[in-house]
Design a protein around this ligand. Structure first.
Ligand code: AMP
Length: 422
């Protein structure tokens, strides 16, 4: 056989990972908790396609954002269209609202979403090329109370998952009225300190100077500490909004820190921005980030409706959710012989119909071997179905925790298993 025909393993793509069954349980738990809590606040799920027209993200996420400049998975389809695997969710939701005229329904609209995102970033711990986000969007509510409510909801969600050592950081990035004059001041300050900034920050000076605050290089961070603060340059409307937002956080008893240098990596933010960070994840410390995007819907040719939301990284969150695994209770059916196998299969079917997880394995094994297997899998009960039991119509049921064993007819077994009364 030449090498060409040798079966070969095809590995996964760098920056992607498999979520194996043990871990998937934890994902399900987090997703179920998100769904439950968000629905308590009136959010409803929205699902949009994984790929969209490239233009949607160029316009929505912003042409000067790192995502659009270097991180998009863009390809041309067979019809010659340029498509992009979504790097974030908000532009898709905005598109869906306009396209489906959801804005004609009562406002505010509250949506949530969970699913994969794609960014061609340098893979490392906490940073993947396919990663997952839980996303929240509210459209049509100007009141800063909603800004505080979604921060409180995120905080409640994390507390519910027993996540500890987190910090809430908030800021305002102003609006199209007050930001331009601030950017001028910032540019002038950066120009003076140009020599102390990295190449990347010097490029940002021309394209989007706010982003200098995002730089992770120590020297740039130190230099940027002395740059003017945006919170000193807010217009009256933005300042009032920010002040009220903070008072509502106080009202909820939320502890937070104001960081005037908190800017987010995406172009569209106005007024409120916030992040929840953790001390447990090293360099990739942001679990979630969000803020307002009051101009976005209008910029997409839609109605003039303001928006706010956040996106939470599932992989990072899963890393810090304490992992006590809740084992599902289940029945293991032990069958001895061909006739018993048929009876066991029927019993298993009925127990599943009664809502109890039931495992039956078809490989020939001795009773001892099957019991050992049930033990290893941590079955809660074992139902023993042998030829003799089938003849008598009565089966042995063993409670694996207490070690007790009873003999009962089929109907009783079903009742006991359903009610967990043994
Ligand atoms: P962003 O959409 O950039 O504001 O990110 C929101 C959240 O998504 C971040 O706080 C992270 O938790 C998570 N996140 C962003 N990029 C990645 C990535 N490449 N890999 C894993 N998680 C990510």
């Amino acid at each position: 056989m030449t090498d060409k025909y040798k079966p070969k393993h095809i590995p996964s793509i760098k920056g992607t990972k498999d979520i194996l069954p043990d871990e998937a349980r934890k994902w399900q738990k987090v997703e179920a908790s998100a769904k439950r809590i968000f629905e308590l606040y009136g959010y409803r799920e929205i699902r949009t396609p994984v790929f969209e027209a490239t233009e949607l993200f160029e316009k929505g996420t912003g042409e000067t954002s790192d995502i659009v400049i270097k991180e998009m998975y863009t390809f041309t389809d067979k019809g010659g269209r340029s498509l992009t695997l979504r790097p974030e969710y908000t532009p898709s939701v905005v598109r869906a609202i306009i396209e489906n005229r959801l804005n004609l329904k009562p406002q505010p609209m509250r949506f949530y979403f969970m699913g994969p995102m794609f960014r061609y970033d340098k893979p490392q711990k906490g940073r993947y090329r396919q990663f997952h986000q839980i996303d929240i969007e509210v459209f049509g509510e100007e009141d800063p109370a909603i800004d505080a409510e979604i921060v409180q909801m995120a905080d409640f969600f994390l507390k519910n998952l027993k996540v500890k050592d987190t910090k809430i950081v908030v800021n305002s990035v102003g609006c199209k009225e007050c930001r331009p004059s601030y950017l001028k001041k910032l540019k002038a300050a950066a120009e003076k300190e140009k020599r102390r900034l990295c190449e990347n920050c010097r490029r940002k000076m021309a394209t989007n100077p706010l982003r200098i605050f995002d730089c992770k290089i120590e020297g740039c961070r130190d230099t940027a500490k002395n740059f003017p603060k945006i919170t000193d340059s807010l217009c009256v409307e933005c300042e009032t909004h920010f002040h009220q937002f903070c008072s509502f956080l106080d009202l909820f008893g939320i502890t937070y820190e104001i960081d005037p240098r908190l800017v987010r990596g995406i172009d569209y933010y106005t007024k409120t921005t916030f992040e929840i960070v953790t001390s447990k994840l090293g360099a990739q410390d942001a679990i979630l980030g969000g803020g307002r995007y009051d101009e976005m819907m209008k910029d997409f040719g839609g109605p003039d409706i303001c928006g706010i939301g956040f996106a939470m990284g599932m992989e990072r969150l899963l890393d810090i959710v304490p992992g006590e695994e809740d084992k599902q209770e289940f029945v293991y059916v032990v069958c001895m012989g061909e006739e018993a196998k048929g009876a066991g299969m029927k019993l298993a079917k009925r127990m599943r119909e009664a809502g109890r997880e039931t495992l039956i394995e078809y490989r020939e094994r001795s009773l001892k071997n099957q019991m050992a297997r049930a033990n290893k899998l941590e079955a809660s009960w074992v139902l023993i179905v042998g030829e003799d039991e089938v003849k008598r119509g009565k089966y042995q049921l063993k409670n694996m925790k207490s070690g007790e064993q009873i003999e009962e007819a089929e109907e009783n077994i079903l009742k006991i298993i359903r009610d967990k009364s043994f």
